[in-house]
Design a protein around this ligand. Structure first.
Ligand code: ATP
Ligand code: LTN
Length: 338
């Protein structure tokens, strides 16, 4: 057979990010940056998960703006719509459709165990809605629709990915082979970037304390100032060790951005104080973000172009995902239009 390589399908990856604000360095190092590296090896699908965003209250005008921003940002970091399929979740109706089918195959007990549900219901005690509870079944639908082998995410999403695997395995067992059972793909460095102010907690874009996170839109001075204020310890020795959460976090960030090993970083800063180290981290991060910020500003100037790219992405995503929904519905006993 000629051209066998073209016939074998490339392995697939799918991931999404919620348009709940400007992403942080945590989102970037834990997820986004790795997506760019994957797009040459795998067939990739990346979406802006706007339907997930409304599990907490969103102002319509802000949701609209954040969706444009997140879509533009995906391209600004280097995702290429010619190589990867980029789309907005709510523009592809199969996501909500499969989500319902999966909801009826997910147990109340399984969803009650999800840490994100517990955290978010504490944080938004006045709005513990059905969607917040069902969030992981919509996420499972996002994933399973595209039959990916890998789901590149930060460490906090591992539990949701495992639930997706359970749902897929159970469905396949009950109704016959329908879904690829995907694996979470979590990088070693950058998978869990911590808050600069409370380094035992993850860095989060919804944190009220602006000094706790680096936003991808922060300018160089702000970035350096935030790193200078980062909480560390009183040992004044740059080394990676238990109990040094603040320094460990800064070392991991520096390692992720410069590709240096933790040992090399310890050697580089031996005998130097935290001030020098924090400045170096700030400068390295600012240098990594500057070109992204420039491309982002240019892309945001042309909303019509963003709309057009979203449309192409949504149409292509629909074509791929429709086949999975039809397969699942048929297996479950639904009559398809003939
Ligand atoms: P929020 O802070 O609003 O709750 P979030 O940033 O946790 O949201 P998403 O925007 O949906 O959630 O996350 C997108 C991706 O970024 C996911 O793959 C998630 O695992 C990753 N991520 C989020 N925070 C971090 C972090 N601190 N370190 C590493 N990866 C992260
Ligand atoms: N829950 C994810 C966002 C998300 C996602 C997905 C990630 C929604 N659908 C599908 C991977 C695959 C989060 O990062 N908070």
């Amino acid at each position: 057979m000629e051209n066998t390589q073209e016939i074998v399908r490339k392995k697939r990856a799918l991931s999404c990010i919620q348009p709940t604000g400007i992403p942080t360095l945590g989102n970037y190092l834990g997820a986004l940056r790795n997506w760019v590296d994957l797009q040459d090896e795998l067939e990739c699908f990346f979406a802006v998960a706007d339907l997930h965003a409304i599990t907490v209250r969103q102002e319509p005008a802000k949701l609209r703006q954040h969706t444009y921003e997140m879509f533009a940002l995906l391209m600004a970091i280097g995702l290429d719509p010619e190589k990867s399929l980029l789309f907005v979740q709510s523009q592809v109706p199969t996501h909500t459709e499969l989500s319902w089918l999966l909801s009826c195959n997910t147990q109340f007990g399984e969803l009650s165990r999800m840490t994100q549900f517990k955290d978010k219901s504490q944080k938004h005690a006045d709005n513990i809605n059905l969607g917040l509870f069902a969030y992981p079944t919509l996420m499972a639908a996002d994933i399973l629709l595209y039959q990916p082998e890998f789901v590149p995410v930060g460490a906090d999403q591992k539990q949701h990915c495992e639930l997706t695997r359970d749902i897929a395995t159970r469905f396949n067992g009950q109704y016959g082979q329908t879904f690829t059972v995907p694996e979470p793909y979590i990088m070693k460095t950058g998978a869990r970037v911590r808050s600069l102010q409370e380094p035992t907690k993850k860095m989060s874009k919804s944190d009220e304390n602006q000094n706790s996170f680096i936003s991808l839109q922060d300018d160089k001075d702000t970035i350096i100032r935030k790193f200078k204020r980062a909480v560390t310890d009183s040992e004044a020795c740059v080394r990676y060790a238990e109990g040094k959460d603040g320094i460990n976090n800064l070392m991991e960030i520096y390692a992720a951005v410069t590709d240096k090993s933790l040992e090399a970083i310890e050697a580089e800063f031996a005998g130097r104080g935290y001030g020098d180290f924090k400045l170096a981290v700030g400068e390295a991060v600012a240098a990594e973000l500057a070109p992204i910020q420039e491309r982002f500003a240019t892309l945001m100037k042309d909303k019509a172009q963003l709309d057009a790219l979203m449309k192409v992405g949504a149409e292509r995503a629909y074509l791929v995902s429709r086949r999975t929904v039809e397969k699942a519905k048929k297996r479950m006993g639904f009559l398809l239009t003939k």
